[in-house]
Each structure stands twice: as structure tokens, then as C-alpha cells.
Design a protein. Structure first.
Length: 457
């Protein structure tokens, strides 16, 4: 009887050991496997960790990336291209095979090195970039050849961008001041369609005749356009950490009705003010998309309206380098587009729009981003105005002004409205459609922002 009990106890002990081994987490087994690969000998139980030594784990990185400080200096939100729609939406589908595309950007914050980001976010096939360069712009499509630098990708002269992916160039040894104008030139050796764009750029960009002209001072221009294609960001390397401000919005942030080729969006005027106030300015990143909404993605007819703010938040806010602050100006399209350019079933209530804005604040705070919100600006007199929509706008603005969800309120509505008719624009600021603004209106918006909101902690 004693022998049987002893055998039973032994079986229970072995069973307990087996169960203990089985209850180790998958992470523990992976660590144990990695440790074994490093030379450790497994005994009865897995070795879960060991102290690394320089001899056992040599550092092979070719630079100390932990000491680098990269900050976003220019960015644009990408969307699917739109075919021409009447006189309002130009064609955004471009054939780029055996062509050089030269795109002009004005950065915000300067630095000692730069790098570029290329996106194939909405493409269904890989995109081949045969060559790329970056230079300071002289004028129009002409660059300063003394500043031209090849852009490489993982040490290679070009890049293949998988469908849905983003690639980042290697650091480029080009020192740039605040508010510098850059020309980014990309050569596409294969048949390529611009599947990932930012339309309505209000910036002239250039497509060459056949050939690679990425390093040529004067591009042989075959076509001009006002869109950015594949180019989604420019980062700068700075000596000490600094933040970046993301301006998340719709066509008002995108600069609709501003003068093309002048950088007169409200975010540009904000960058001007920051540059004048101190040299080590934060980056200012415009992530506006015309027609964008908080709660719904673009309707089928207008893919240029892009994914909604909630849907694109990770890519267009969280993923920006060194983002520290967020300014949200969204909501007018949630109110005005259903039944006009979007399905009437996508109509929203004030409570639904408020809930969406709250989500944006919570998402920002989750990643330690300071979140500011703007009141929704007037739109009476526009083609999309309704009294019902005005009621929603007023209710949302009342909530914004008395709320405690965001870290501060930027009251653009109070800046641009006619004090004698608050549901309309002040005439001096109207862009001509009672929805968007003139250069003067965008400048007034930027000048109303307290720069103390962006002081580092």
C-alpha cells in the first residue's frame, strides 16, 4: 500500500512539473529559445534570461541611433487619387513611367540633416523608385545644384515600396534653415500610376519628359500639377529634442481658397510666427484633407476626402516623428456633406460628433500628446448650409467652449465670424464661398493662437 502511494505521489509530482512547464507563457519560451541560441545550456527548466556582455552581444549598428533627435518638419496626409469631377476637382491620376517627378515643399523646422518619407498607402502593387534626390529650390522647378544630394534607402540608390507600405530614406547630409523650400525629385523607371496622393495641394509640382533628371538643375517640364504624389513627409535631425505640432483637419486646414504657391494656409502662418519667435522652433505638420470627416470615410464618388479622422489617426498623428501637440479643426463636413456629397444615412447628431471628438482627445492623451481643439467655423451662405446643420454646429461649439476633455480651446469661430451675423464669415476673411477663407482669414486664424501653448514643459 505504501509503495502504491509512493508511486502515485511520484506520478503527481511529475504531472505537476509538466503542468508547470506548460503554463510558462509563450513569451518565456521565446526568451528561453533565444537564450539557448546565445550559448546557454537548458537544464530541466528553460533559462529565462541572462545578463548580456559586450563580448556575447556585440553592437553592430553603424550609428548610435539612440542619440539622434528626428522631428517632423513637413507632412501631408495621403489618400486615393480622384478622377476629374466637373470643374471643382482636377484629375489626380498621374502616369509616371520613365518620368521624373519634382515636388516642392516648404519645411517648418530646420536641421543639420534631413530624410524623406515615401508612401504607397493605397497602392495595390509595389512602386519602384529608381533614383531620388533632394535639393534646395532656386525658383519654379529649378534647384540649386550645389545643394543636390542623392537620397538612398537602406544604402541603395532606389527603393521598392510594397503595397500599403512607407519607406524612409537614409539621413541626407543637407543642412536646412527654418522655412526652407526643398525640391524632392523621384524617378520612376517602370510604368507607374500615382495611387497614393495628396490632391488640392495649392503648390505647383512638375513632371518631366522621359528620363531620369533627378540631379539636373533645370527639369524639362512636360506637365505641371497641384498634387503631391507618394511624398508624405520630410524630417529633420536636430541637436536637442524638440516637438512637432500636428494640425489635423479638413479643407480649411488644407488651405482651400488660399493663393497657390504662397504657403498661406493657417498652419503656414503659424510656422512663420514660430520661426520668428525662436530659432529652435517645433515642427508644424499640416495633416488636413479636403472633405475630411471625423466619423466617416470618403464616399465612393470622392475618394480624395480620405479616411475619416478616427480611421487615419494612427498614421497621420501617432506615427509622426516627435509629435508633441495636436490641433483639431474638424466637424463641418460631418454636418454638411450627408445628403450632398455623401450618403444621407451618414448624417450625424451633435452628440455623435462630440463623441468622435472625445475619442480623438483620448487617443492623443494615450500617447502623451497635448490635444487642442478648435471651434467649428461658420458656413451660412455656402451651398451646403442648412438651419439644422447650424444647430448642430452651435451645440458642438458650446460643448467645446465649456468642456474639459481637451487641454485648451482655440476659438477660430470667434476670430472669423461676423459679429453682427455670427453664423456668417466676416467679409474681409471670406474666401468667396462662405465656407473657406481668404489668405487674410487664414492669417487671422494663425495670429489668434497663443504661442505659449507650445512651450516645452
Amino acid at each position: 500500500m505504501t509503495d502504491q502511494m509512493s508511486k502515485a505521489n511520484n506520478r503527481e509530482t511529475h504531472q505537476d512539473d509538466a503542468e508547470q512547464r506548460m503554463t510558462l507563457t509563450r513569451r518565456s519560451w521565446l526568451v528561453a529559445t533565444a537564450t539557448a541560441a546565445g550559448g546557454a545550456v537548458l537544464d530541466r527548466f528553460p533559462v529565462l534570461a541572462r545578463q548580456a556582455t559586450p563580448e556575447a552581444t556585440p553592437l553592430v549598428a553603424d550609428r548610435d541611433w539612440r542619440g539622434e533627435h528626428w522631428v517632423g518638419s513637413w507632412a501631408r496626409a495621403m489618400h486615393m487619387p480622384n478622377p476629374a469631377v466637373g470643374n471643382d476637382v482636377p484629375n489626380e491620376i498621374f502616369a509616371l513611367g520613365d518620368r521624373t517627378l519634382r515636388q516642392i515643399v516648404r519645411i517648418s523646422s530646420g536641421g543639420e540633416q534631413i530624410r524623406i518619407r515615401l508612401a504607397n498607402t493605397f497602392g495595390e502593387q509595389p512602386i519602384v523608385v529608381g533614383a531620388a534626390s533632394v535639393a534646395l529650390r532656386d525658383r519654379d522647378e529649378i534647384i540649386d545644384p550645389a545643394t543636390a544630394h542623392d537620397a538612398t534607402f537602406s544604402g541603395l540608390p532606389g527603393a521598392t515600396i510594397p503595397a500599403g507600405a512607407i519607406v524612409l530614406s537614409d539621413p541626407i547630409d543637407l543642412s536646412v534653415p527654418n522655412l526652407a523650400e526643398l525640391a524632392v525629385s523621384l524617378y520612376f523607371p517602370e510604368a507607374t500610376t500615382g495611387s497614393t496622393v495628396h490632391g488640392l495641394a495649392f503648390q505647383t509640382n512638375y513632371i518631366s519628359s522621359a528620363g531620369d533628371f533627378t540631379k539636373e538643375a533645370a527639369l524639362p517640364v512636360a506637365t505641371v500639377m497641384q498634387s503631391w504624389v507618394f511624398l508624405t513627409g520630410v524630417d529633420v535631425h536636430v541637436a536637442a529634442p524638440r516637438g512637432a505640432i500636428v494640425c489635423l483637419g479638413d479643407s480649411i486646414t488644407d488651405g482651400e481658397r488660399s493663393t497657390p504657391d504662397t504657403n498661406h494656409r493657417w498652419s503656414d502662418f503659424l510656422a512663420d510666427r514660430l520661426a520668428a519667435s525662436h530659432e529652435a522652433m517645433p515642427g508644424v505638420l499640416n495633416l488636413g484633407i479636403a472633405g475630411n470627416r471625423v466619423l466617416h470615410n470618403a464616399p465612393a464618388k470622392y475618394p480624395l476626402y480620405g479616411p475619416g479622422a478616427l480611421a487615419r489617426f494612427d498614421r497621420d498623428v501617432i506615427a509622426q516623428p516627435a509629435v508633441s501637440h495636436l490641433i483639431i479643426l474638424e466637424g463641418i463636413n460631418d454636418i454638411a456633406l450627408p445628403g450632398v456629397d455623401a450618403d444621407a444615412a451618414e448624417a450625424v447628431t451633435a452628440d455623435q460628433l462630440i463623441a468622435g471628438l472625445r475619442q480623438l482627445a483620448e487617443r492623443a492623451h494615450e500617447d502623451d500628446i497635448v490635444a487642442y481643439v478648435s471651434t467649428i467655423t461658420p458656413y451660412e451662405g455656402s451651398d451646403v448650409y442648412t438651419a439644422q446643420g447650424e444647430g448642430i454646429r452651435t451645440a458642438v461649439n458650446d460643448w467645446i467652449r465649456r468642456g474639459t476633455v481637451f487641454d485648451a480651446v482655440i476659438d477660430f469661430d470667434a476670430v472669423v465670424r461676423d459679429p453682427d451675423h455670427p453664423s456668417r464669415h466676416l467679409a474681409a476673411y471670406d474666401g468667396g464661398d462662405s465656407l473657406h477663407f481668404s489668405d487674410a482669414g487664414y492669417k487671422a486664424m494663425a495670429e489668434s493662437i497663443d504661442l505659449a501653448l507650445f512651450q516645452p514643459d
